[in-house]
Design a protein around this ligand. Structure first.
Ligand code: PAJ
Length: 279
């Protein structure tokens, strides 16, 4: 496996990479969720590239960009063990040698939910993903359903800007108790870890209520919120029901939808989502 840190060297590697080339963009601190994306790419592509880059322009000022874990050596071992051909791990100056002036503005798909609580986040995500696509020039790129709104943003960007990359959606990997794997889970204390699955349980309650025929979004939300009742340690930021492609919150469930939520458990912000289909 090659580890590459400069764009010039990467372009050279790209000329001899076997195609189709599958690409998994990440911010590192790799876990089995990332592993599933890599495995999908490995199973369906002739070569596999992974990027590891903690992207400052997608973090809000109040968030701790500096606190994001960066275990590069173990991430490289993780990738080598999964049969990755090349890891692109650029330093900050390589990706942003001068202040970034040109950005991808994503439109309404980025407005609600994460976009509302993390202003500018998706602009930063879309911009770095387009930059990485230009650098790596993959045939296919793999994204997790765990970040469903991010996936919708990337799909829309690729359509609107005619980017010649096929976007592949990969299901969420969870702990046995339902908690979605996330690099942020390592910040949870022992006590916080035991209540973190409440987020998944609330989403499951909404999913069940929709499957049972409930259409009124307020009633579905109430059913979900009872899961948190009595536990002030979970601070819900939002719980919304939205279209899977346009990520617009709906008032009534008339077809397949996605239930999405974000909550603070102690000092850690968790997000998760489930799809739900009415009978
Ligand atoms: P990161 O949080 O490292 O996630 C990289 C990819 O792994 C994303 O597509 C994400 O949805 C997926 N992923 C994370 N946890 C998962 C889980 N439990 N199951 C399945 N997939 C999971 O998302 C980012 O990085 C960044 O925003 C990035 C796209 C790299 C741009 O900077």
């Amino acid at each position: 496996m090659r580890a590459i840190h400069s764009i010039a060297e990467l372009r050279c590697w790209r000329t001899q990479a076997r195609v189709p080339l599958g690409f998994v963009p990440t911010m590192g601190a790799l876990h089995a969720g990332h592993g599933r994306l890599i495995d999908e790419a490995r199973a369906t592509c002739a070569s596999v590239a992974v990027s590891i880059f903690v992207n400052p322009i997608q973090f809000n000022a109040s968030e701790d960009y500096a606190r994001y874990p960066r275990p590069l050596e173990s991430d490289l071992e993780f990738c080598a063990a999964r049969g990755v051909d090349m890891v692109f791990a650029p330093p900050l100056e390589e990706m942003y040698p001068q202040p970034q002036n040109v950005f991808v503005e994503v439109g309404p798909v980025a407005d609600a939910m994460e976009g509302r609580f993390r202003p500018g986040h998706f602009r930063g995500v879309a911009t770095v993903v387009l930059k990485l696509f230009q650098i790596v020039q993959p045939d296919r790129a793999y994204f997790g359903e765990k970040d469903a709104q991010q996936l919708a943003v990337i799909r829309r960007m690729v359509q609107d800007l005619s980017v010649p990359v096929e976007i592949v959606r990969v299901p969420t990997v969870r702990e046995p108790d339902g908690l979605a794997l996330s690099s942020r889970n390592r910040h949870l204390s022992g006590g916080e870890r035991t209540i973190a699955p409440l987020l998944y349980l609330a989403l499951s309650a909404a999913q069940r209520s929709i499957a049972a025929g409930s259409r009124d979004v307020e009633a579905i939300k109430r059913a979900a919120l009872t899961v948190f009742a009595g536990d002030p340690r979970v601070r819900l930021e939002y719980l919304e029901i939205a279209g899977d492609t346009d990520m617009q919150p709906v008032q009534s469930v008339d077809g397949p939808v996605r239930v999405l939520a974000a909550a603070w458990v102690g000092g850690t912000r968790l997000i998760d989502n489930l799809c739900a289909t009415p009978p």
